[in-house]
Write a protein that binds this ligand. Structure first.
Ligand code: URA
Length: 233
């Protein structure tokens, strides 16, 4: 992993602030001073020191949750249970939040972290991160629906969605890939085609795929490989 990216993720500021730290010679890797942020380092084995202080990498936690229906994607709520209420007290460290929102009745992949920079990378509308959903809808899906998704569905309120991929799996079942995240995006896309979503589950976000062995409501830490692949973006 690049040294500058690693330092940014470890809380040493923005990429630019990290660059300054490096330029000023404040960063040592294995007792040698390095000024190049592009240096490849191994967080588990390399000893990285900033201003005489050993960098701790456990600062962030990253969890994959299989969100069940009935809980909301928020950190607290006066009425509903939130996704954080599913966490054991010992795992519920300060500052955890869900990366993006799934509707109360949507299931599936939700990343929970305290890494704001990664969340920004994944959610920024400019980044066009792929999100993949499995949907069941009323009525029969057609070639015209597929073409409309490819061209850019126009919502009933006039908003034109970015081109998306619709894979028809059965008459009323599909896999949809979108690159934006408007409120109720998938439901509105189908609504514009005269169909109502009756079941929705997120399967993938960027390189992160839902672990199908996780029961609804369960969560686990991301593996090193999953995390490395997300941070590589
Ligand atoms: N699109 C929706 O309509 N709902 C979700 O929860 C996610 C995407």
């Amino acid at each position: 992993m690049r040294l500058d990216k690693l330092l940014a993720h470890a809380g040493f500021g923005t990429r630019k602030e990290v660059k300054d730290l490096l330029k000023k010679g404040h960063v040592q890797v294995n007792e040698k001073r390095f000024k190049d942020g592009g240096l490849k380092v191994k967080p588990e084995t390399d000893e990285i020191v900033v201003n005489g202080e050993r960098v701790q990498f456990a600062e962030f936690s990253y969890w994959m949750l299989n969100k069940p229906q009935g809980v909301i994607s928020a950190t607290e709520d006066k009425i509903d249970r939130t996704v954080l209420d599913l966490f054991k007290p010992e795992d519920k460290r300060q500052g955890l939040f869900p990366v993006g929102r799934l509707d109360k009745d949507t299931e599936g992949l939700l990343l929970i972290t305290n890494d704001g920079e990664l969340a920004h990378e994944l959610l920024s509308p400019k980044k066009h991160v792929d999100k993949v959903y499995f949907a069941k809808v009323t009525g029969e899906l057609t070639q015209e629906d597929q073409t409309a998704f490819e061209t850019g569905v126009v919502f009933l309120d006039g908003y034109e969605a970015l081109p998306a991929k619709l894979e028809i799996l059965a008459a009323g079942e599909a896999r949809v890939t979108i690159r934006e995240g408007k409120f109720h995006q998938i439901k509105k896309m189908f609504e514009a085609r005269g169909k109502k979503v009756t079941y929705l589950k997120r399967e993938k976000m960027a390189s992160l795929e839902l672990d199908e062995s996780l029961p609804l409501g369960a969560y686990r830490a991301l593996t090193e490989r999953e995390l490395a692949s997300l941070l590589k973006r």
